[in-house]
Design a binder for this molecule. Structure first.
Ligand code: ATP
Ligand code: MG
Length: 503
């Protein structure tokens, strides 16, 4: 009967032979009735060898073809075509991917008389798909594990992706950012516009590219964080389809740079102070002896003069000037650390309180409000009380001078447990110190006051005294709103006691 069917539809055999895919005709009980030429060539076989066998036998020698994969039963039942993707190992060990398409052939009554099975080699396509999938997975891993924050957005700037580094930097989860946030919301408005503008400008980076732009981002808490951004526009057929931005957090780098700059300035300052100090010490030493001589002789002369002698007045003026010079010399010696400090263990708050009582004249303060914000915790240091009180007085006098009769003077002390230090800030609401003189204010004899009003020794003396007591002094902040001087000393730890970092 099988041969009869085939003879009756002779022209169909020609169609069958000209199909470009290897094709079999199977009986409803799965036996091969025939195969086209291309099948025999491809599978290097003959009709005699395969007729009557199942396709499973031919393709897999009976192994590896299970009913659950085979759509044959469905094709018979549903009378519609169905396909399945199968892997096959050739005799030479090559792995092939084949798509097998089963199509029912119906008689006039609509009964399935046989099934046509075409085999399409999709190895190349499948290999490409696998490679693509692997590449995609690999790229995804790179994006997920990148230490650089990556943000992708569509051309309307809606966020499409935030990798974990970007989640950390911006403080949003990927799933809450995607499609709900825009690139603009991750920056200050003008910054986002700037990035977009630079990206679309044909500058040295080229159109659609932006390299190493220093900018700032705004995180979920609304904090501004300095960052470097590299970005590019992704085009498809010349159309913008997405924007990818890579951000690097610069806050740590900037902090380190600032610390480095500060250390450099402090180093330059202390080098300068050391050489000026040497000079000052030499001069002070040389001048001190002759001054003592002049003072001694003029005092003797004064004693020898009658009370109504007209020369007394000149001599008195001379003695006062010599005393002024001796005071300057004293300050110079303090600045150049030629006086051995008498150190004791004392709370810095005690020094502040006592120091302030030394500036007794209430007229000096005018309408200046004095605020003390002293730490409640003990702030024990090992210093010469007189010297440090002198420092505080000098700074307070300067602050008062800068405020010209009205303003607010704040003395604030606090511990720095991280560095095991004790800090004192003296803040005024005065004129501030101009940038161009900031590096000169600690120099001896540097003053901006009118002649005869200041010697310019207040801060240089303070500097010398603080250094002598192993402390640090610097301008923490100065602008048109006023100035803050910061003094730091090491916290005192009794001998034998281990410092645990607590104040
Ligand atoms: N709190 C301050 N606000 C503004 N400028 C200040 C302040 N402290 C110091 N200065 C500036 O630093 C300069 C040097 O201060 P320093 O105390 O060494 O000398 P002086 O106050 O001018 O004179 P002296 O202290 O010898 O009377 C001042 O002339 C002033 O220009
Ligand atoms: Mg002064």
């Amino acid at each position: 009967m099988n041969a009869k069917i085939l003879n009756e539809i002779d022209w169909r055999i020609r169609v069958f032979e000209s199909l470009s895919f290897p094709t079999l005709i199977l009986s409803p009980d799965k036996a091969i009735l025939t195969a086209n030429r291309i099948f025999l060539d491809k599978y290097d076989t003959t009709l005699e060898r395969i007729i009557g066998k199942t396709c499973s036998k031919v393709f897999y020698e009976g192994k590896g073809c299970k009913d659950e994969y085979c759509p044959f039963v469905n094709v018979l039942a549903r009378k519609t075509g169905e396909s399945v993707l199968r892997r096959r190992l050739t005799r030479t060990g090559k792995l092939l991917w084949e798509e097998r398409l089963f199509s029912p052939i119906l008689d006039d009554e609509g009964n399935v008389i046989c099934v046509m099975e075409s085999v399409r080699d999709v190895t190349q396509l499948k290999t490409l798909q696998i490679t693509l999938k692997e590449t995609e997975a690999f790229l995804e891993k790179i994006i997920l594990n990148s230490p650089v924050a990556i943000v992708a957005a569509d051309h309307y700037s809606n966020i499409l992706l935030m990798n974990p580094a970007a989640e950390d930097l911006f403080g949003y989860r990927n799933n809450e950012a995607v499609r709900t946030l825009t690139l603009e919301q991750l920056h200050h408005p003008e910054t986002a516009n700037n990035i977009m503008h630079m990206l679309r400008t044909d500058d040295e980076d080229g159109i659609g590219k932006l390299h190493g732009m220093h900018t700032a981002i705004v995180n979920a808490k609304g904090e501004t964080i300095p960052a470097e951004v590299n970005a590019s526009i992704i085009y498809e057929d010349g159309e913008e389809i997405a924007i990818v931005c890579l951000y690097t957090d610069l806050s740590e780098k900037i902090k380190i740079q600032e610390k480095l700059d500060e250390t450099r300035v402090q180093l330059a300052q202390s080098e300068k102070m050391a050489s000026i100090g040497q000079l000052a010490a030499g001069v002070a030493h040389e001048i001190n002896n002759p001054l003592t001589g002049i003072l001694f002789i003029s005092s003797l002369k004064m004693e020898s003069l009658a009370p109504d002698d007209p020369e007394r007045e000149d001599l008195q003026a001379m003695i006062e000037d010599v005393n002024r010079c001796k005071n300057i010399v004293k300050s110079l010696l303090e600045y150049s650390r030629r006086k051995v400090p008498a150190k004791e263990v004392i709370d810095i708050n005690t020094i502040i309180e006592r120091g302030l009582t030394l500036i007794r004249d209430p007229k000096m303060f005018g309408k200046i409000e004095v605020v003390r914000a002293l730490s409640k915790a003990p702030m024990i240091i090992h210093v010469d009380e007189n010297q440090i009180s002198q420092v505080i007085i000098n700074l307070v006098i300067n602050a008062i001078a800068a405020m010209e009769g009205k303003g607010r003077l704040a003395l604030c002390s606090y511990p720095d447990p991280d560095l095991n230090k004790v800090c004192l800030e003296i803040t005024d609401t005065g004129s501030g110190i101009k940038e161009d003189i900031l590096n000169k204010i600690f120099d001896p004899f540097f003053t901006t006051k009118a002649q005869g009003k200041g010697t310019g020794l207040g801060l240089s003396t303070a500097y010398g005294l603080v250094k002598e007591n192993n402390g640090d002094i610097r301008v923490k902040k100065t602008d048109a709103d006023g100035t803050t001087f910061l003094i730091e000393f090491q916290s005192y730890t009794p001998p034998g006691e281990v410092n645990d970092g607590e104040p």
